[in-house]
Design a protein around this ligand. Structure first.
Ligand SMILES: *[C@@H]1O[C@H](CO)[C@@H](O)[C@H](O)[C@H]1NC(C)=O
Ligand SMILES: *[C@@H]1O[C@H](CO)[C@@H](O)[C@H](O)[C@H]1NC(C)=O
Ligand SMILES: *[C@@H]1O[C@H](CO)[C@@H](O)[C@H](O)[C@H]1NC(C)=O
Ligand SMILES: *[C@@H]1O[C@H](CO)[C@@H](O)[C@H](O)[C@H]1NC(C)=O
Ligand SMILES: *[C@@H]1O[C@H](CO)[C@@H](O)[C@H](O)[C@H]1NC(C)=O
Ligand SMILES: *[C@@H]1O[C@H](CO)[C@@H](O)[C@H](O)[C@H]1NC(C)=O
Ligand SMILES: *[C@@H]1O[C@H](CO)[C@@H](O)[C@H](O)[C@H]1NC(C)=O
Ligand SMILES: *[C@@H]1O[C@H](CO)[C@@H](O)[C@H](O)[C@H]1NC(C)=O
Ligand SMILES: *[C@@H]1O[C@H](CO)[C@@H](O)[C@H](O)[C@H]1NC(C)=O
Length: 725
């Protein structure tokens, strides 16, 4: 379950995450010399430590890989020499558990809690056993884009009783963060026969016998040598102080805690909080594995750092490692809401609280620092989605709207990102000056067209929340602005017998010639980010009726959607295209085509190590598959769910408070007979290709499908809403 998507670009973290969103993510750090280990793990390469902090599923550049231990056979002369080891056999892992066997003969078993980790070592019997704690240890990056992390100093102390404490300071990474500090506290189950601290970059480092204390900007840490072959170490971490790290450790892993108990605790936490929420009747073990592996991958990050925020104190929850809302707002947010409603409310509160203290909500954030923004300010979409689905609890929605309005009205300070020096990539909407002045974005801003399409959906989010709060004027202004994607629409731009695409536009109003299938590098400095105009032209999902009209009506719209596939433009591994395959539901009778695409996309996933068609992206990829299994697709910021075709004869989603959504199918075969023949929603015959939150989630509900091989034009009722059209 924990190995899905860990190879072949999924970049998912296979190590120990003891509970959904646990702060500690304990696992191996591997160097291959050529490939970046985004989560620390690579199947091949050399292990150079086991560390407590990782992210899961990310691209860009590795982050964290800090607070490590490295087991070494024998005495250690030079702790900053290359101590890396190949594996003797492949690693093994499961929920709450990880094991590596090193070529040196050392076996390491790992388990953890939310703020602490347990390392259980067995060393060869014919030698002494050493543990090196290198504070400068951090995941490197070989990609060379200026996104590598740097160690920038630390402190390390050993004590008479054999334990150690200290802190490490690091900076940079994909989000270009300034220095941040993590504290640690490590204890062993036996007294070392020898221990010392080191400080220095070369071989002539300064060393001190224990107890001692050292600090500075050079590489530093400690070496602990033991006589025995079996050794356990427990380590606590904190962003506040080393005293808090010791407190976290002793509160969560006591001296006599057995590794097996931690593993069992982790399994029950995951079962209760996540896996038990969705039940299926299927004896196909591949399907069962795929369902639960995907659910697992959704809840590894963000990290719940409530009580561990070094930047400000207060009573609001605090979540970090948001990576990124650009990826997750399409279909992760809405499933996060359904499966983990309490954490979801805390997460929303945390986004708003980050705005209170840092000035802007994040689109991405890690090491307590906002950054980096790829397109729009997509926290706006996430907040709108929560608002329209009735998420209230302890959320202060006046502040929520004020935070969204900051995105919509306040130009964030330029952080002069070398990749895109035109405007902020840290937070907010860097291209806002043009958006406000022209209602579109001129080429003086990079990613102008893709940002404009996203700003439109962001402004639609503001419209939704303003409506709910009774702010009619604001609601009108932002509805109007949500239509600004149209200002990039060149009705004459053509590609493959289609005309009308979103294109770059100059300040004087003229469109700039651009082949809609080309986007240069599709990267930071280009007009479109990570996809081309064929995809971005379809992404104003709050304005589809208008889009259809501009494309030339139903038939042309269907043809254009078909061409996304026929021309190999659609990429299931990249988020900007996630929604397009299901827009057939906006054409009367054509819902079956969305089912066909859904089955294609579902078929690209597997439960195995290469089972994700792209980076997990904090579970965005997994959540897309889960929606295919459920047979619905969410339109973020609206209460609409497009109807697809469920995978299973029966699925029950526990919605809390005794409510459930029950989805059943009869007559289906996953690939040979996937099409909807008829559907009853809450017992009533259904002729619409969509349902709302109120229909099936707010109070629970039933969806009973009859499936078959015929491409039945059953959904001929009202089309899904296009609220901006
Ligand atoms: C460490 O040594 C191994 C084996 O010689 C080598 O493959 C690897 O590249 C070295 N790592 C570093 C960071 O120098
Ligand atoms: C210790 O034992 C291992 C096998 O467990 C062997 O590979 C290694 O060479 C031995 N080392 C020494 C120093 O005898
Ligand atoms: C050690 O290396 C770091 C960079 O890794 C450098 O900033 C620092 O000045 C060096 N310190 C010494 C004492 O050489
Ligand atoms: C089980 O499901 C997988 C897809 O998840 C499918 O490839 C396989 O054929 C199914 N096995 C059986 C026996 O139906
Ligand atoms: C987040 O962490 C805090 C502090 O540990 C805890 O009180 C809270 O219950 C956690 N939230 C969830 C949803 O588990
Ligand atoms: C909507 O935008 C148009 C121009 O695009 C403008 O003329 C009109 O005043 C705007 N309406 C509101 C309510 O802002
Ligand atoms: C091109 O599009 C037109 C409608 O705009 C359609 O009538 C024609 O059949 C299309 N041609 C091809 C080769 O697809
Ligand atoms: C508008 O601006 C573009 C880009 O600056 C320029 O190439 C074009 O000639 C201008 N068109 C007119 C009509 O001034
Ligand atoms: C989609 O439909 C096409 C044409 O009917 C068919 O060849 C293909 O197998 C279908 N794809 C899936 C995944 O069902």
């Amino acid at each position: 379950m924990s190995t899905q998507g860990t190879r072949g670009g999924g970049n998912r973290f296979p190590g120990v995450v003891a509970a959904p969103f646990a702060m500690v993510k304990l696992g191996p750090d591997v160097e291959s010399g050529t490939t970046d280990a985004y989560s620390g793990y690579l199947p091949d390469g050399r292990i150079f430590g086991f560390s407590m902090m990782h992210e899961s599923g990310t691209g860009g550049a590795p982050k964290y890989g800090v607070v490590s231990q490295m087991p070494v056979v024998g005495d250690v002369q030079n702790p900053i020499a290359n101590l890396s080891q190949l594996r003797a056999v492949p690693d093994e892992g499961g929920v709450g558990y990880y094991k590596s066997s090193l070529a040196s003969g050392v076996t390491v078993h790992l388990a953890a809690t939310e703020h602490a980790g347990l390392y259980s070592y067995s060393f060869p019997s014919n030698s002494s056993a050493s543990i090196v704690v290198d504070v400068s240890h951090v995941l490197p990056s070989f990609r060379g884009l200026g996104w590598e992390q740097h160690y920038s100093g630390g402190s390390f102390s050993t004590f008479d009783d054999g334990h150690y404490e200290g802190s490490g300071i690091y900076n940079n990474g994909w989000n270009l963060s300034p220095d941040w500090t993590i504290y640690f506290c490590g204890k062993f189950n036996q007294q070392p026969s020898n221990s010392w601290t080191f400080n220095g970059n070369g071989t002539a480092f300064i060393s001190h016998d224990s107890p001692s204390s050292t600090s500075g900007i050079a590489r530093l840490g400690g070496v602990f040598t033991f006589a025995g072959t079996d050794l356990t170490s427990r380590v606590g971490v904190s962003f506040i102080s080393s005293a808090k790290a010791c407190h976290n450790l002793d509160a969560e892993i006591t001296e006599d805690t057995e590794l097996d108990i931690l593993v069992e605790n982790a399994k029950s936490q995951w079962n209760e909080q996540v896996f038990d929420k969705i039940q299926i009747t299927s004896d196909n073990s591949t399907d069962v594995q795929l369902l639960y592996s995907s659910l697992y991958g959704m809840f590894l990050i963000p990290s719940n750092r409530t009580g561990e925020n070094p930047e400000w104190s207060g009573t609001e929850p605090y979540y970090d490692d948001v990576f990124t809302l650009w990826d997750t707002h399409r279909c992760h947010s809405s499933l996060f809401h359904i499966v983990q409603p309490e954490a979801y409310e805390e997460f929303i509160r945390s986004l708003i609280d980050i705005w209170r203290h840092d000035g802007f909500m994040p689109d991405a954030r890690s090491s307590n620092f906002n950054g980096r923004v790829q397109g729009g300010s997509n926290a706006d979409n996430v907040l709108a989605d929560a608002y329209v689905k009735g998420v209230r609890g302890a959320i202060n929605w006046e502040d929520g709207f004020a935070a969204m309005q900051t995105d919509a009205e306040v130009v964030p300070a330029n952080n002069f990102d070398p990749k895109a020096p035109d405007s902020s990539t840290k937070e907010g909407r860097g291209a806002l000056p043009d958006w406000l002045q022209y209602g579109y974005i001129t080429p003086r801003f990079s990613r102008a067209v893709s940002r404009a399409v996203e700003y439109s959906t962001n402004d639609f989010g503001l419209h939704q929340v303003a409506m709910g709060l009774g702010m009619a004027d604001e609601a009108n202004i932002y509805l109007n602005r949500s239509r600004n994607w149209r200002n990039h629409w060149n009705p004459l731009a053509s590609s493959h017998n289609h005309t009308g695409f979103v294109v770059p536009r100059a300040a004087n109003g003229s469109f700039i010639a651009q082949d809609p299938q080309q986007c240069g590098g599709c990267y930071w400095g280009d007009a479109y980010y990570e996809d081309n105009s064929w995809i971005y032209s379809m992404n104003a999902i709050h304005d589809v009726a208008e889009l259809k009209k501009r494309i030339g009506g139903d038939e042309r719209f269907v043809d254009r959607l078909n061409k996304l596939f026929d021309l190999n433009i659609f990429n299931a591994g990249n988020e900007p295209g996630f929604t397009s395959p299901f827009l057939y539901n906006f054409v009367s009778g054509e819902q079956w085509r969305s089912v066909n695409r859904s089955r294609y996309i579902g078929g690209l996933y597997g439960a195995g190590e290469t089972g994700l068609p792209g980076n997990s992206d904090a579970g965005a990829m997994e959540s897309n598959l889960l929606w295919q299994m459920i047979g619905l697709y969410p339109l973020t910021g609206q209460t609409t769910f497009l109807i697809l075709s469920p995978w299973f004869e029966s699925m029950t989603i526990n919605l809390g408070d005794g409510k459930t959504l029950q989805v059943t199918t009869t007559g289906g075969d996953r690939y040979a007979a996937p099409y909807v023949q008829s559907l009853k929603v809450n017992g009533e015959d259904w002729d619409k290709a969509w349902v709302t939150w109120e229909d099936v989630f707010a109070n629970g509900g039933t969806m009973e499908y009859v499936l078959g091989e015929n491409q039945v034009h059953w959904a001929t009722g009202d089309l899904p809403p296009s609220p901006a059209s």
